[in-house]
Design a protein. Structure first.
Length: 515
């Protein structure tokens, strides 16, 4: 299924009396959440944008993970809506591609400014609908703003070299042109930033974009698109340059199989990403895959342990363990193993759990009830395979999808549960003796996204960064596995998909090259 998250679909009831009753239960209708109106959100929202707002598909309700109360409804795209939107996006590309790149960059700059003006209210929506704490919600919007700033400069720099020719009086010119229409399928865990990474760079390269966000964060997709649409309208360019089709598996499958989709960027699970890749490859299309990660932190005996505790806590517990860069394995040298486990468990006990929009909350809920079930199943499997729970492992007794941040120790490095990515705050602590073995253990999982070592040994650091060190796309030294910067290329190897987004030369993936 291409819907990266599950939602509860409800048909709009037209019987007398039922609409009023339904609306009274929606958070968007309650005075406490009146700020949602600042983003243009209502009880029921159109989930299709192609220059005009609409949607003829089923109506879905999105829920707040902190209390499982309904927020608002979104009318998703039908396949007819999808077809119409693709046509309009292709037509819009004909206009957008003729606009000089620096002028495209100026429009992207304005999008960044518009997002900046709404950063707190949009960050609050991320907390409400996705469940991450407020500071992370605001930080995610800031990341989109930062990518816009980055893209503005890039719009004056993209291009290829002029190369010497072996023929007298000739030169070789490397010309870069936009691919055309970029489809962007994003996941629930970064419902703003990942679209920003893709769309800002794709736009300055001269592409039109078609976005399908996660169904469970549809309100965020609608709110972001409303902000972008206003900027495009003010600049008198087609709104379909940044089209939106909210939907589930049917829309995602249509995008993957559609030959008019010149590039399909997919962020989500490895399982679904493989299905996407096969469908795109069957038509010899281009795909950009950002998939799972089973990320490790390795701590040597010479490490600064105070730094290790803070970093491991942030990497494992941040976003309730729902980042693709979340630390899931912690390798400790045998000489410091017991000390680090004791200190880390003490730090876990001090994490403040609460409503994600409260400023003093450090740890929020999982995104869905299904995620809670997966958490419990993983803890049970870890116990069955010989692990012991140091702390956590249970559901927190309060409304919403809250679970205890969990540390498990005593498992072998190759236990099947250790090699399984569970999108939850479970950290497997493992013991090692030698550098060579632990580097190999870091690399033995199928994914290859992020990794980190903590050491003061310069020789070891360069071995870690070298050809026989980490095989991940993001390789850290003395910092957590999470927290990548927009200026570098973001992505990973192996079952992580091999795609790169955001900085460095990632812009080349959104263009085609001619010599």
């Amino acid at each position: 299924m291409l819907g990266s998250c599950r939602v509860v679909a409800v048909l709009l009831q037209l019987r007398a009396g039922s609409p009023a009753a339904a609306m009274s239960t929606l958070l968007v209708s309650q005075p406490r959440y009146s700020w949602l109106k600042e983003l243009g959100l209502q009880e029921e929202n159109p989930g299709v944008y192609n220059g005009l707002w609409g949607g003829r598909g089923e109506v879905v309700t999105t829920y707040c993970p902190a209390n499982n109360e309904p927020i608002a409804r979104v009318r998703q795209a039908s396949l007819e809506d999808y077809e119409e939107t693709v046509k309009k996006a292709k037509e819009a590309w004909n206009i957008w591609a003729d606009i000089p790149a620096p002028k495209r960059g100026e429009i992207v700059r304005q999008i960044g400014d518009a997002l900046r003006q709404k950063i707190k209210v949009l960050g609050s929506l991320v907390s409400l609908e996705m469940g991450k704490i407020f500071v992370e919600g605001v930080g995610e919007v800031q990341e989109y703003v930062d990518v816009c700033d980055y893209a503005v400069g890039l719009s004056r720099m993209i291009g290829g070299p002029i190369l010497p020719s072996e023929r007298p009086g000739h030169a070789l010119i490397e010309q870069w042109n936009p691919v055309g229409l970029v489809g962007i399928i994003t996941a629930f865990n970064f419902p703003v930033a990942v679209y920003g990474w893709n769309s800002a760079i794709a736009m300055i390269c001269g592409n039109a974009c078609l976005w399908k966000g996660a169904p469970t964060t549809s309100l965020i997709s609608v709110a972001v698109t409303k902000i972008i649409a206003k900027v495009l309208e003010d600049n008198r360019v087609p709104g379909a340059i940044c089209s939106l089709v909210c939907g589930g598996a049917d829309i995602g499958t249509a995008m993957a199989k559609d030959g008019r989709m010149d590039l399909l960027s997919f962020t989500g699970s490895t399982k679904v990403g493989k299905q996407v890749a096969l469908m795109v490859q069957e038509r010899f299309g281009r795909s950009l895959l950002e998939l799972g990660g089973n990320n490790a932190i390795i701590v040597f005996e010479d490490a600064d342990l105070n730094l290790v505790i803070r970093s491991a806590l942030f990497a494992a517990v941040g976003t309730a363990g729902q980042r693709c860069t979340t630390a899931r394995r912690l390798f400790l040298h045998e000489s410091i193993h017991d000390e680090v486990v004791a200190k880390l468990a003490k730090a876990y006990a001090q994490v403040r759990t609460g409503d994600p929009w409260d400023s003093d909350t450090q740890y929020g809920p999982l995104h869905t009830k299904e995620a809670v079930k997966m958490f419990l199943d993983a803890v049970d499997q870890a116990k069955q395979q010989g692990g012991s729970v140091v702390c956590g492992g249970k559901v927190i007794d309060r409304p919403g999808n809250y679970v205890e941040p969990t540390i498990v120790m005593g498992l072998p490095h190759n236990a099947s549960i250790v090699h399984t990515e569970t999108f939850a705050p479970i950290l497997y602590v493992l013991k090692f003796k030698e550098e060579e073995e632990v580097f190999a253990w870091n690399n033995e999982v199928k994914q290859g996204l992020s990794s980190s070592i903590f050491t003061k040994d310069l020789g070891r650091i360069f071995r870690w960064l070298g050809p026989k060190g980490s095989d991940c796309g993001i390789v850290n030294v003395n910092i957590p596995t999470s927290g990548a910067e927009i200026g570098g290329a973001f992505g990973g190897e192996k079952h992580t998909g091999g795609g790169r987004e955001s900085g460095s030369d990632s812009w080349k993936l959104y263009m085609r090259r001619s010599t």
